[in-house]
Design a protein around this ligand. Structure first.
Ligand SMILES: [Zn+2]
Length: 237
């Protein structure tokens, strides 16, 4: 069962209504959702479902389902489960998600300051990292921080762009991340564009304007192997 992914068109939706499609061992599927499922290095959303009775069902995690574009909401242990067909009001843990959006978009910007193939990445609540295939001597924390913050200070609006699989195949230079395959399916690929700075396939949630990220700082740079030089960042100067 495909879930309508409302966060793809509007990452700022904090609440919506939806209907329960299935309740299984893995969790709850809805006809539509604002909850982002773990993927592309970004953690799944948490929040709450509110039943018509006012009863609250805590959502501890969100994951991809088996079907294309299916999303499974994982209820907290001991939560009362809703019934199939039941209408629910969805509420995101917005502070957590917004931190993910700012950090995630910050990684896009940083990937344009460190010019090297990306071999991995991860976004947690308080920090995010990218791994690069690059010599350690070429990574300088002060330079990466200053370069990234200079781009963020340009306060550019981000845009979502869709292209066909064939168009992506014709432009392999768009794919910087070697470890994560671009989100494909239905013949089209979603790209995040930061005009003049970055354009790359990404299915994640981003801020509308990179100025929302605010200044970032480089927490540390360390070697995680020959092709994995890890740059870890946090929000806040
Ligand atoms: Zn992204």
């Amino acid at each position: 069962m495909t879930t309508e992914l409302l966060f793809r068109d509007d990452a700022y939706l904090r609440t919506t209504t939806a209907r329960v499609v299935s309740v299984g061992e893995r969790g709850i599927e809805l006809d539509r959702t604002i909850f982002y499922p773990t993927g592309g290095g970004q953690a799944g959303d948490t929040g709450v479902f509110i039943r018509d009775s006012g009863e609250r069902v805590a959502v501890a995690d969100t994951r991809k389902g088996e079907a294309f574009d299916a999303v499974v909401h994982v209820p907290a242990a001991g939560a009362v489960l809703p019934a199939v067909g039941e209408p629910l009001t969805l509420e995101l843990d917005w502070e957590r998600r917004y931190a993910h959006m700012r950090l995630h978009t910050a990684l896009h910007v940083m990937s344009c300051v460190v010019v090297a193939p990306v071999t991995g990445g991860n976004i947690a609540l308080d920090k995010a990292r990218l791994d690069f295939d690059i010599d350690m001597e070429l990574l300088n924390a002060a330079n990466i921080e200053a370069g990234t913050n200079a781009l963020i200070a340009r306060r550019i609006d981000t845009e979502t762009v869709w292209i066909t699989d064939a168009e992506l195949d014709a432009r392999p230079e768009l794919v910087k991340t070697m470890s994560v395959k671009p989100p494909r399916g239905a013949g089209r690929v979603r790209l995040l564009s930061i005009p003049g700075i970055d354009l790359q396939p990404c299915g994640g949630t981003h801020v509308r304007n990179i100025g929302e990220i605010g200044a970032i700082r480089v927490l540390r740079i360390k070697s995680e192997g020959k092709r994995n030089r890890r740059v870890e960042i946090a929000l806040g100067a």
